[in-house]
Write a protein that binds this ligand. Structure first.
Ligand code: 1CP
Length: 354
């Protein structure tokens, strides 16, 4: 691993600079889901502890967050948690089932269900502040990315009751009960924003808002019924001076809108190359993502070719944060991730422009 020079502070790191479109010493790299099942040391540490218990234990959070930084030399850590965590802390009965994802005991299906949702108490997030404080001390010059789920993606879990492909109940509720929908997303925006503030106030240097499933929506529905609530999450950060990354899967048609929620960086999946994405998002945004996570399962030559392509096409953006188009797949060889970090650094070191 090649840690950032000691003289650099996280606020002046390549990740933060690329997010703002400033010149960098080399293109920063991190991976969505870099902490987790692709790492044997994660599987060992997590053995016997439920996912949501691990997410509330500052010792485990700290260690799991640091594992990929130590192993791969990535340019950022991402806080180990889950998008549903603020809902769990608020008292909603959710379990993360291994191999499935979040499962909700009593899905939200009626207007009354929306009004009965418990509110999040900021004092209940003390363990988040503790873990972030420890992490920031350990990470030194490496920035910590705080994150939260966007209101729409959280609503899909609450309404569907768990992971879903079509998100049909969610979309039906959105159209049939526009007022309750709006109240639901307002409430989710409040808790996600509180979750982000807890992380930033304790020292996170950037934030990412995951609207993973927003790509199932039309641009019109997204603009009218979802984007204002995502904007409310970012607005809740007030004047906290940290770059804001906004990501979703399958958002090719939504790219011109995603940044408008208040992002500095737009996350792009593997469907739209970064040069085309730069045209769609317009000026004023940096880009992150695009390497297909499945490519990391291919041979080394293919991996290298695709990494070079993403690096080259990323030069069309005002700033480029190298990442995958979605999370690391569980059966990825961790050695390939380390190799990608080294290759991106090698390809981009000493290139003066962002
Ligand atoms: O390394 C990291 O990225 C940090 C940890 C992290 C993050 C950022 C986890 C741990 N979850 C998340 C965000 C998250 N959680 C998202 C947004 C990112 C994405 O699109 O992947 C989503 C949609 C979830 C919901 C969730 N939690 C799923 C997806 C289910 C579905 O609908 O397909 C799953 C599988 C989980 C469980 C989970 N969260 C995190 C981990 C390591 C795991 C697996 C738990 C295990 O070990 O079994």
């Amino acid at each position: 691993m090649s840690p950032a020079p000691a003289s650099v502070s996280p606020a002046d790191s390549d990740l933060v600079r690329a997010a703002r479109g400033l010149p960098v010493s080399r293109t920063p790299v991190w991976f969505m889901r870099q902490a987790g099942r692709s790492l044997p040391e994660y599987r060992e540490l997590r053995a016997g502890t439920k996912m949501l218990e691990a997410c509330q234990d500052p010792d485990l959070i700290t260690e799991i967050t640091l594992q990929p930084v130590r192993r791969h030399g990535v340019d950022a850590a991402i806080f180990f948690s889950d998008i549903v965590l603020p809902l769990v802390v608020a008292g909603i009965d959710i379990e993360i089932k291994p191999g499935i994802g979040p499962v909700i005991a009593s899905p939200v299906r009626t207007v009354a269900d929306v009004d009965a949702l418990p509110e999040l108490d900021p004092d209940a997030l003390e363990f988040i502040r503790t873990a972030v404080g420890r992490l920031v001390a350990e990470l030194g010059a490496t920035p910590l990315i705080g994150f939260a789920g966007a209101p729409f993606t959280l609503a899909t879990y609450l309404i569907e009751g768990g992971p879903s492909k079509e998100h049909a109940r969610t979309k039906a509720f959105m159209h049939a009960e526009p007022e309750a929908w709006s109240r639901l997303l307002e409430r989710l925006a409040v808790s996600s924003s509180m979750f982000l503030r807890a992380q930033v106030d304790a020292g996170a240097s950037a934030v990412q808002l995951f609207d993973s499933w927003a790509g199932v929506l039309s641009a019109v529905d997204y603009a009218e019924r979802v984007l204002p609530h995502s904007r409310a999450v970012f607005d809740g950060l007030g004047d906290r001076d940290v770059p804001r990354i906004h990501f979703g899967v399958g958002t090719g048609e939504l790219l011109p809108l995603i940044g408008q929620a208040g992002a500095d960086v737009v996350g792009v999946d593997w469907r739209v190359p970064l040069d085309e994405a730069a045209r769609r998002v317009g000026p004023g945004y940096s880009l992150q993502g695009n390497l297909d996570p499945a490519v990391l399962l291919a041979d080394r030559e293919t991996v290298d070719r695709e990494v070079r392509r993403v690096v080259e096409q990323g030069r069309a953006a005002r700033g480029h944060v190298f990442n995958l188009g979605h999370g690391v797949l569980p059966d990825t060889d961790p050695g390939v991730l380390t190799h990608v970090v080294e290759l991106v650094h090698e390809l981009t070191t000493g290139r003066a422009d962002p």
